[in-house]
Design a protein. Structure first.
Length: 411
């Protein structure tokens, strides 16, 4: 059986000899629970069309269409019984063969929860990261539903929980994921298959950035088969933002991220772990003067402004005690109260930033950022009156609406 490179060469020769444009094309669509529809086009009739599924580096004939049929059609494959093939047709990698011609390699696009018409055409976005984006890579690794595909060859340090040099078949069997990190250069056919398994974005990580990530976050290096640590998000040089689940396990990871201070915005719900940081004096529980915590409800913005000076002073004090450390800011879910204090800190430390800039920076690292609108209004006031910055709440509403919400219960 011809390998892919040989068949592509023969395909080109055949197209040139017969002076016909290449037109053997394949699209894979779902059929029922486990089956697929192989939607095909070919440039001419006269030769049978063979549907093949990939097994390792080989291709196995599964079904065929007579040569005297139309130039386009649909071939339904309900089940697979060939040894070595995936359990169901929806997990297989497919191609077509018609004489010397071979089609594109294709697999089913899986984007659950969307309309079927959208599912058939949906492909993940792609983003080429830069060599200075090590912090972004770390944070993408912490997002729920991120898969790591390591395309680099050789005996190299690897990230935990990653697929190393997977073939098309391995990528076709990947469960639905939100985002993907691709280390190194993934061949176009494999990238196309991966894009059908990812709903959000495929982030491409160049070699220089891989080295920076492995150097800056050495604790993430390990066996590809081992589980990745679930850690909070790193936001700039000195902040870490997370939720109560991270806070409860603070003693397990505080040294890993160099935590020297904590801002606990849910002290009524999360017990402070004073022993988890070098100096417990830098463990700051945020209570309002009325004896209550922030409630993250409509109209709570004025209470945020009341507690903000002490919270920011507590962050500064911890970082003055250890200029290389980080301060962990958390509430219950790390969406609104923690995000509001983190945004205020970013505003205070970046003299040209508006509230929009601060929230955009935070949200890029922690996508679940969702400021209570009352807090956002208060922070816009803080930026304008206390820091002399232009107001930007309307820009925030217009360009980042998913990171704002109306007043509601604390999350």
């Amino acid at each position: 059986m011809l390998d892919l490179q040989e068949s592509c060469e023969l395909e080109q020769e055949a197209a040139n000899d017969q002076d016909e444009p290449f037109g053997l094309a394949l699209e894979v669509k779902p059929f029922g629970k486990n089956g697929v529809r192989l939607c095909w086009q070919r440039p001419r009739s006269g030769q049978p069309l063979v549907a093949e599924a990939q097994v390792g580096s080989d291709w196995v004939s599964v079904a065929d269409v007579p040569g005297d049929s139309d130039q386009s059609g649909v071939l339904v494959v309900r089940a697979l019984s060939n040894p070595g093939l995936p359990t169901t047709p929806q997990d297989a990698v497919w191609r077509l063969r018609c004489g010397h011609l071979t089609s594109n390699i294709a697999a089913l696009v899986r984007v659950p929860g969307t309309h079927r018409a959208q599912q058939m055409s949906r492909r993940a976005q792609q983003d080429q990261l830069c060599d200075h984006d090590a912090e972004r890579v770390y944070n993408i690794l912490q997002w729920y539903g991120t898969i790591v595909v390591d395309a680099r060859a050789g005996d190299l340090p690897r990230l935990t929980e990653s697929l190393v040099q997977p073939d098309c078949a391995a990528l076709a069997s990947v469960p639905f994921r939100d985002n993907a990190l691709v280390l190194g250069e993934l061949p176009a056919e494999q990238l196309e298959i991966l894009s059908g398994r990812v709903a959000g974005c495929i982030y491409k990580v160049p070699p220089g950035l891989v080295r920076a990530v492995l150097a800056d976050f050495v604790f993430m290096v390990g066996a590809p088969s081992s589980k990745r640590s679930a850690l909070p998000n790193v936001v700039g040089s000195h902040l870490v933002v997370g939720h109560q689940g991270h806070a409860v396990k603070l003693s397990e990871w505080s040294k890993t991220l160099g935590i020297v201070g904590v801002i606990n915005l849910a002290p009524n719900k999360v017990t402070s772990a004073l022993e988890a940081i070098p100096d417990p004096r830098h463990y700051h529980e945020v209570w309002h003067a009325d004896g209550e915590p922030l409630w993250d409800t409509s109209g709570d913005g004025s209470r945020l402004l009341d507690v903000l000076p002490d919270a920011l002073q507590a962050i500064d004090a911890a970082l003055e005690a250890d200029t290389t450390g980080r301060v962990f800011v958390h509430c219950q879910q790390g969406r609104s109260r923690a995000a509001s204090v983190a945004s205020a800190f970013l505003l205070a430390k970046n003299s040209s930033w508006t509230l929009f800039d601060a929230v955009a920076f935070l949200a890029q690292r922690r996508p679940e950022t969702e400021l209570n609108l009352s807090y956002a209004e208060a922070l816009d006031e803080f930026a304008a009156l206390s820091l002399g910055r232009p107001r930007s709440l309307e820009q925030l509403r217009d360009e980042l609406p998913r990171h704002l919400r109306g007043g509601g219960v604390a999350r």
